[in-house]
Ligand binder design. Structure first.
Ligand code: VGL
Ligand code: ZN
Length: 202
C-alpha cells in the first residue's frame, strides 16, 4: 500500500473533447477511466488533495486552426466538449485549475493554470496551491501524454515536486507515431518515476 502522506493527485484534462467522439479525441482516451477513478477514490479515502486541470478555451483561441493554430477547436468554454468525461465522480472538495482561457495564450501545463474558486478564475497558481498544502509528491494521470501530461510533469519536476506518472492512467495523441513513448522517456529522463497503478478489471 502506497503511503500517500504529502501526496496530491493531478488529473490532467480528462474532458469530453479529448475522449473518443470529441473534437480532439485521444485514441482510447476513455480507457484510462478505471485507473483515474481508482486513484480519485484512493486519494479521497486518504484525505489527500485532488486537483483537476482543464482546458478552458475561448471561441477564438490562438491554438485553433481557424486562428492559424495547430488544433481543431476544442474545450470551448462551457461547451459540452469542455465538460469532464461523464463517468468521472468529482469529489466536492477537489481543486479545479483552468488554463488556456485567454484568447492569445496557450497553455499545456497545469502549472500555467489558475485556481477556480466559486466559479471565478483567481490568481492562485498550481505551484503555490500545492506548496500551501504542504504537498511534496504529485501523482499525474490524464490526457494527453505527449502534450499536457508531459508539460505538467516537467513543470512539477522543475518546481521540485517528487513526480509520479501513472503509466496506465495516461494516453497520448501520437500525431507522429512514437510521440507518447518519447514523452514518457523525456519525463523519466527529467526525474519522473513511472508507476503502474493496480486496478481490478483495469
Ligand atoms: C492538449 C492539445 C491541445 C492536452 C490540450 O490536453 O494534451 N493537447 N490542447
Ligand atoms: Zn487546448
Amino acid at each position: 500500500m502506497q503511503d500517500l502522506s504529502q501526496s496530491a493527485l493531478i488529473v490532467v484534462d480528462f474532458q469530453n473533447d479529448f475522449c473518443p467522439g470529441g473534437a480532439l479525441a485521444v485514441p482510447e482516451g476513455d480507457r484510462i477511466y478505471p485507473v483515474v477513478q481508482a486513484l480519485i477514490d484512493r486519494f479521497q479515502e486518504a484525505g489527500r488533495p485532488i486537483i483537476f486541470t482543464r482546458d478552458f478555451h475561448p471561441q477564438n483561441h490562438i491554438s485553433f486552426v481557424s486562428q492559424g493554430g495547430p488544433w481543431p477547436s476544442h474545450c470551448v468554454q462551457n461547451s459540452p466538449g469542455f465538460d469532464f468525461y461523464p463517468r468521472l465522480r468529482i469529489p466536492q472538495n477537489a481543486a479545479h485549475f483552468y488554463k488556456g482561457y485567454l484568447e492569445n495564450v496557450d497553455a499545456y501545463s497545469g502549472f500555467e493554470g489558475r485556481l477556480v474558486h466559486e466559479g471565478r478564475i483567481t490568481e492562485t497558481t498550481l505551484e503555490s496551491w500545492l506548496k500551501a498544502h504542504d504537498v511534496k509528491t504529485v501523482f499525474i494521470v490524464g490526457l494527453a501524454t505527449d502534450y499536457c501530461v508531459r508539460a505538467t510533469a516537467l513543470d512539477a519536476l522543475h518546481a521540485q515536486f517528487e513526480t509520479i506518472v501513472v503509466t496506465n492512467g495516461i494516453k497520448g495523441v501520437d500525431v507522429n507515431p512514437g510521440d507518447s513513448d518519447q514523452a514518457i522517456a523525456d519525463m523519466q529522463k527529467e526525474g519522473a518515476l513511472l508507476l503502474e497503478w493496480p486496478v481490478k478489471n483495469g
